[in-house]
Design a binder for this molecule. Sequence first.
Ligand code: HEC
Ligand code: HEC
Ligand code: HEC
Ligand code: HEC
Ligand code: HEC
Length: 243
Amino acid sequence: MNKRYILLLGLALYSFIYTLDSNQSYADDQPIAFSHKLHADQNGIACQYCHLYARRSFSSGVPPVSTCIGCHGPLEQKIVKPDSPEVNKMREYWAKEEPIPWVKIHDIADFVRFPHKAHINAKSDRLLDNAGSGCDIENNPRSLECKLSHFKVGGDQRCQACHGNISQMEVVKKVDNNFGKMGWCMECHLQVKGAKERKRSGSTLDGWFNAKEMNEKREVSIKLVNEKGHHNPNMLDCYTCHY
Ligand code: HEC
Ligand code: HEC
Ligand code: HEC
Ligand code: HEC
Ligand code: HEC
């Protein structure tokens, strides 16, 4: 075989392996096979029992090992699932006083400000009255309408607006391909289809000016100006999301 073929073969192999690698879901790399379906759905544990910072801070955070220990017990005093090798991995981390190195799935650019607390504590009447109507949960659960309707319910159901139905996942994955992109945020902040304008014009700024214009009318209806006459942060202003 001449050198060129070997090189080509090498390249082909490399790109094949690369494809395999980039297709691999992050979730397979989690250090422990932790199932949301088992905990949140089958055992009815509330999201915010474990993610208790969601309503208090910017980050929801993953629970510390002590939360797991509270139910499963340490090596010396195993309680729930004493013989599970997966749970024992968690007990080992506790014994070593090390955090579990969970792989982060949802991540947005560092120049963007995303406060969980503002979203978890937002009053549902901040959305347009008809927001969320026409949600077809069977056929299109990730439509804007369905996201808005989950958001309106509030509580743990609100998580579903952005993260999908985590309680049915063995392994957490992103449900929206455009998760955390500017249009993804704007779509909801506009509370109407206006954000789609950005895609059509192919320009963030055109879309924004269009949205801004439409927003003037909306400001009143979505109570962007509060009882005291103070202007609430405009949902579309650059500095709302950018430092
Ligand atoms: C509120 C109680 C509670 C908390 C907190 C909790 N678990 Fe569990 N866990 C359970 C219950 C209940 C089961 C299911 C037991 C059964 O099916 O018999 C379970 C099952 C598991 C299993 C499956 C075990 C197997 O072999 O089938 C793993 C792994 C696990 N938990 C890991 C964790 C980790 C890691 C944490 C911390 C992030 C955690 N759990 C926090 C109650 C809890
Ligand atoms: C028993 C504790 C527990 C409960 C209850 C729980 N979670 Fe989690 N959650 C975890 C742990 C541990 C991780 C990190 C491991 C993983 O990704 O599976 C996590 C990860 C996540 C992630 C991904 C974080 C990332 O890296 O992007 C999201 C989103 C999430 N949980 C949302 C929810 C929602 C929504 C609910 C309620 C339906 C819920 N969780 C209930 C413990 C819990
Ligand atoms: C309005 C959309 C939205 C809602 C509602 C929402 N999240 Fe998130 N979540 C995000 C975004 C965006 C990120 C990525 C944040 C980052 O990288 O800074 C994220 C990240 C996370 C993470 C990874 C750790 C972290 O904080 O960065 C967890 C865990 C999580 N969310 C859990 C929850 C839970 C539980 C709820 C409901 C109580 C919830 N989220 C509601 C958008 C949302
Ligand atoms: C499913 C709907 C939804 C999505 C998606 C969403 N938001 Fe929001 N966001 C809201 C609502 C509603 C509020 C209003 C909270 C209130 O009542 O003040 C809000 C408020 C905010 C605020 C707080 C303004 C303040 O200071 O009070 C920031 C910052 C923000 N969002 C950033 C983002 C970013 C960045 C993203 C995308 C990564 C995003 N949001 C995605 C619904 C959403
Ligand atoms: C609702 C939140 C939100 C608002 C309001 C917002 N942005 Fe963004 N912006 C984002 C997010 C999230 C990203 C990250 C996108 C990514 O990672 O691809 C982003 C990315 C960007 C980028 C990087 C290039 C790109 O398109 O990915 C620029 C430039 C930018 N925004 C400018 C603006 C300007 C100018 C405004 C005001 C007209 C604005 N943004 C308002 C959320 C917002």
